[in-house]
Design a binder for this molecule. Sequence first.
Ligand code: MLT
Length: 264
Amino acid sequence: MPEVQTANARIVLEVAGEGEPLLFIPGFPLDHRMWSAQVKFFSRSFRVFAPDLRGYGRSSAQAAPVTMHDLARDLIEVLDQLAPNQPVTVCGLSMGGYVAWQLVHCWPQRVARLVLCHTRSAADSPETARGRRLAMEGIRQSGPEAFLSAMLERLVAPQTKERNPETVTAIRQWMQEAPAESLVRTLDALAQRPDATPWLEEIRCPTLVIAGSGDPITPPSEMRTMAEQIAGSQFVLLDGVGHLSPCESPERFNQTLEAFLSKA
Ligand code: MLT
């Protein structure tokens, strides 16, 4: 896979296809593999970029504390090298959405369209931030297993566990490969991320918001309210999926995204 040296990291990414650039940003604590069905499908008509964020997959470690802005800057530097001066369709899931807020707020001219999957604009509540700090302590003291098992329980819908156990096995494997150091640093970055809600009214590009009916992490009602604050955005609720619709129901996810891309 190609790699790009940025000012502060080495970013390894999958690049496939020809056409307008389409960037897929993974959620926590996953890497570019969560987008494999999308890379295959959309590389027929787009130039697809699926990076491993700093600290994950084959990209360089998080050697120091990071912020969502640092992760976004890495991606801008990757795009500067691989798709200079071209506006990009940005598709981020959950933490990938938090990185997407940074891109659209700080580099709006680079974002042609925005796709926000299973994410939120609000910062952590004090209770959520406290939970993250407890998780960081737990990982430091006893390793990541307990944290990852509890998280996996909430990531996928019961229907996915029943019908696609091999998908759940793959997700578990990807999560287990994330370095403990990255989990701890990213949990800290998540707890400290800013509230992006005031930025929603600035968004001028076509925007699609995708929620899952069985997602307890970013509930559809919260995502619908968020979508209502983005002028002209489209909100789609996928039934029977949890927090990871690109993996849980790749065909429906791809159809939804394709329909949006063909119109916007
Ligand atoms: C993710 O899927 O990226 C995380 O659930 C984000 C979060 O914990 O806020």
